[in-house]
Design a protein around this ligand. Sequence first.
Ligand code: ASP
Length: 584
Amino acid sequence: MYRSHNCGELTAANINTEVTLSGWVQKSRDKGFIVWVDLRDRYGITQLVFDEERTSKTLIEQAQNLGREFVIQVKGEVIERASKNPNIPTGDIEILVSELIILNKSLLPPFTIEDKTDGGEDIRMKYRYLDIRRNPVKNSLIFRHKVTQEVRNYLSKEGFIEVETPYLIKSTPEGARDFVVPSRMNEGQFYALPQSPQTFKQLLMVGGMDKYFQIVKCFRDEDLRADRQPEFTQIDCEMAFIEQEDILNAFEGLTRHLLKEVNGVDVEKFPRLLYDDAMRLYGNDKPDIRFGMEFGELNEVTQHKEFGVFNNAELVVGIAVPGGNSYTRKEIDKLIDWVKRPQVGALGMIYSRCNDDGSFKSSVDKFYDQDDLAKWAEITGAKKGDLVCVLSGETNKVRAQLSALRMELAERLGLRDPKVFAPLWVIDFPLLELDEETGHYHAMHHPFTSPKPGQLELLETNPGEVKANAYDLVLNGNEIGGGSIRIHDKQTQAIMLKHLGFSDEDAKAQFGFLMDAFEYGAPPHGGLAFGLDRLVAILGGQETIRDFIAFPKNNSGRDVMIDAPAPIDDEQLTELSLKLNLKS
Ligand code: ASP
């Protein structure tokens, strides 16, 4: 028996009992005649004591030679501590050790296994198994477990069945590149790893499963923007015989359940925002609504004067910064530099101070009088003491720029409290999105998303205007889930694929299996998927997802611990009938 108790459970109630504990040496303090060792496991820390008066000399020497992270087993008596530690559950007691066995030695770890470690990200990733011993990572993994457990509980209770779908499949169109796996038995042929189980979950609906979910890995070969992982986890869901309303209610229910069970937070009914309104009010399809600072469009009240910058702009739009009139000239100049950074890309920023006496002072007083500026304040909702910041230019660009400024200012103003949860649905997304580079439309969500009823004809005349039965669930400025009502008849699916530029042959080759299935009694269906990693991070009040993933990859998509990806040997290549043609 390695242990009678774990390192987190002994209290004053156990005093005078004999116990056996196993764990890692967190640290030791050696006073010569007395040695204390902190013994750690997943459950906590228990203090061990070896002292001259009560323990043998050899045992003290053994204790003195313990290194950090040695794995040991001890037997001893639970005694009351002289100086108690109220900060930990075991703080009232210590173990007077009578027997010590070293189960395994440890090299000196390359960073300290403490909550605040001296190890940088790279080294911690390389020795992730040591990093996992630290509370911040350990607790994040436990937290994730709790979330997934609640997801399973809730969905199972609601009648969803968890079904596994294959990983070795054929391309699924979620808009990224596929990771591919060569098939040895089928020379020259490749599987693709699923970007999501999209087509399979639809086939499960054709198969009559009615309500499906799966906590599942997805693989997307994308350039890794900050905090993205090439493999990530989704809570993937699909339902049959439903309308959009049913889906929104079902998954609002799940989200509310998680917020309640995991965070102890009750949230009212989630607001719903049309995609067009989200873009107009926040310049963003995943608005953070923990705070206001909504956009005010100012074209009408700015384009009647001689100010060319505004007159030539497609959109003039501003936000009110609460208390922003207190910014010094220098601070405002810095803000202007901030929006001009290449990452934001604005050409400049106009501002108007809202003074306490009700007057205004703008950077364009030459062009605009007090009445004009009063209108800016009114439209942006600025009050006395605020600052109105105005950007102008091409609609899409300027919205993105002002959205970035809004988020930055909110961060600086402390309006993005991770303990506050503000979920919402963004609905009625466009069906298609124009790729500026190629001039082609592609599916904004994916090609199986159904257009709004009656809009199919618009596809011919005005494809950019067609709205989809597609929705995103947004939490604190992050898209945590997205889905759609699907097309469930072959003909509509064929029209859709045609508009996305698929030839009949391509459509058949890639999605023939799905379209064929639609001919055998496909029920109306729809669903969505949550990004689990991000969801867990947000519920956990963190910005980055890495700590919530046991073995994450770095920004170049590498696992630096196992050193992957890695070359394969010639024999394997030959077996797979592959020849390398390396660019460098
Ligand atoms: N497959 C979609 C995605 O990964 C989710 C869905 O439409 O259900 O975003």
